[in-house]
Ligand binder design. Sequence first.
Ligand SMILES: [Ca+2]
Ligand SMILES: [Ca+2]
Length: 208
Amino acid sequence: MYQGRGLRHVVRAALFGLALSGPAAQAVVIDFEAFPDNFVSHTEAGVTFTAVGGGPMVRQITPNSTEGIRGDGIPIPESRADIAGGATSVSVDIGDFGADADLLFLEVYNSLNVLLASDTFALAQNVSGMFTLSVSSPGIAYAIFGSRAPSLTGSSVLSDNFTFEGAVPAPGTLLLLAAGLLAAGTVRRLRGLSPAAAAVQQSKPGAL
Ligand SMILES: [Ca+2]
Ligand SMILES: [Ca+2]
């Protein structure tokens, strides 16, 4: 009986904490400001950036006058970001200085290399700027992003502000878990009472 009551207190405290904390998912933004000038692979906040197919990447100033990244080579390789622990949403700012027309793209895949979601934006020639592409899906393991034809020299764009939300238990899942614990505590408590007392206990309004 005491155990059941103690468990109930613990669960109530957990629910109160959950109500105070709100949704557990927090967006993480990687702004590339502190990335190396040149790198083959660089990891920040659990995300590893590489060029698709391997090879060097460079850090470079974007049209927004902040640091971004791109692959280095001819044609310029697309960029890849592997997210340790996975993600449920990804966004990235992509653009250039308007030398050519570009089809900006962001694709996300699961660990079995299945395409989960994608976003694209047609960037006209002579338009200088950065544009945000975003996708959401359960089970994101990695993202591929950059630009494709009509880009003239491969992925001829810069990427900045790679943002993701990690895969954390949804509040609904935690509430279900808490409800299950409460029910288990009630059963345990009722087992400690005589049948008559249990019947009285069960008939009380609001009794758990
Ligand atoms: Ca930046
Ligand atoms: Ca371009």
